[in-house]
Design a protein around this ligand. Structure first.
Ligand SMILES: Nc1ncnc2c1ncn2[C@@H]1O[C@H](COP(=O)(O)OP(=O)(O)OP(=O)(O)O)[C@@H](O)[C@H]1O
Length: 326
């Protein structure tokens, strides 16, 4: 996968990749220590214009730290970063004007209404599209007259999302964007991301909600304890995962422990459940021999793919700087 030009971590010279696509975000070897804790240990990440990259990982993996370093809200310990071809530390002001960031934790001025907050954002940014603001406000069902003080978590989230999508930002960065939104509004969010992508906007979508990334991202990067443990297209990542097998037999479920690729086998009376990877022929032969009354083999979803990736491994202790072991 390292040679794949569509790989979100693949290096691209300068602002454009060999394929002519503009690299909006280029992060190489990013390291961040909080005192003796190494939160990031060599992160590589590229996001091109018109691309949606999912940034996945369990709590504490380092997603927010990466984003905060990129936006110059935190000083990195090591590595290089480019935002629209500029170092965020030195050329960041102009580059950051082209970014709209929706953090996970939202603080809104309590005395303003939702509409007044959006007016302020529009004034400060200077790049907002009034027609798009009206459209997104309506689609998300935000009442602009409500005071921020009394807004529910979901309504606060809507204010932040309208402020991002009404801008003409070239990069949208979302941290857990749909927390607090019901499923219908999550669908509206996904539609809005697709429309932004079609306009050529780059989107970095940080989440631990796998379904959200599965439905919107071209690529996903999976982070665990400060390291990237997998990257690729959503289909690639799903392809690595085991399928789920469930079969019901006329009598007690047989012992299929010898079938290659079958794992986590659980039987309960006539029912057998397991996970499966590899060549299906031996499995199908073994099942057929026992004449099941029903068989279901389900495609893995990202949850299956990432169950292993999210689980801490013994070598994760290497994510700590040497002095942390002292
Ligand atoms: N200000 C801080 N001081 C010390 N350690 C911190 C600080 N902020 C984050 N960390 C640690 O850095 C690591 C990465 O945290 P980070 O918040 O970036 O993860 P995350 O993937 O965004 O998690 P979440 O999904 O819970 O927001 C964690 O071990 C966390 O405890």
């Amino acid at each position: 996968m390292d040679d794949d030009p569509t790989d979100p971590g693949a290096p691209s010279p300068g602002d454009s990749s060999p394929g002519g696509r503009t690299a909006v975000v280029e992060i190489r070897g990013l390291v961040k220590d909080y005192g003796r804790v190494r939160a990031l240990n060599g992160i590589d990440l590229t996001v091109h214009a018109g691309e949606v990259v999912g940034f996945l990982g369990p709590n504490g993996a380092g997603k927010s730290t990466t984003i905060r370093c990129l936006l110059d809200l935190l000083r990195p310990t090591g590595g290089t970063m480019r935002l629209f071809g500029r170092d965020p530390r030195t050329g960041g002001v102009e580059a950051r004007r082209r970014v709209s960031y929706v953090p996970g934790e939202l603080r809104l001025p309590p005395r303003s209404t939702a509409g007044e907050i959006l007016d302020s954002v529009a004034r400060l940014r200077g790049d907002c599209d009034p027609a798009r603001r009206a459209d997104v406000t309506e689609r998300l069902g935000l009442d602009p007259h409500k005071a921020a003080k009394g807004l529910s978590t979901g309504n606060r989230r809507k204010v932040a999302l309208v402020s991002a999508f009404m801008s003409r930002a070239d990069l949208l960065v979302f941290d857990e964007p749909t927390s607090g939104l019901d499923p219908l509004l999550q669908q509206v969010f996904r539609d809005l991301v697709r429309e932004a992508k079609a306009r050529g906007t780059a989107v970095l979508l940080s989440s631990h909600v796998l379904a959200e990334v599965q439905r919107t991202a071209d690529h996903a990067v999976v982070l665990r304890q400060g390291r990237i443990v997998a990257r690729g297209t959503v289909d690639d990542l799903r392809g690595n995962a085991a399928q789920r097998v469930e079969a019901v037999f006329p009598g007690t479920a047989p012992d299929l422990g010898a079938v290659p690729g079958l794992a986590d086998i659980r039987t309960d009376g006539r029912r057998l459940r397991a996970r499966f990877t590899g060549d299906p022929a031996p499995l199908l032969d073994a099942l057929a021999r026992h004449r099941p009354t029903s068989v279901e083999i389900a495609e893995p979803d990202l949850d299956d793919a990432f169950r292993d990736l999210y689980t801490p491994h013994a070598d994760d202790t290497a994510a700590r700087p040497p002095e942390a072991h002292a």
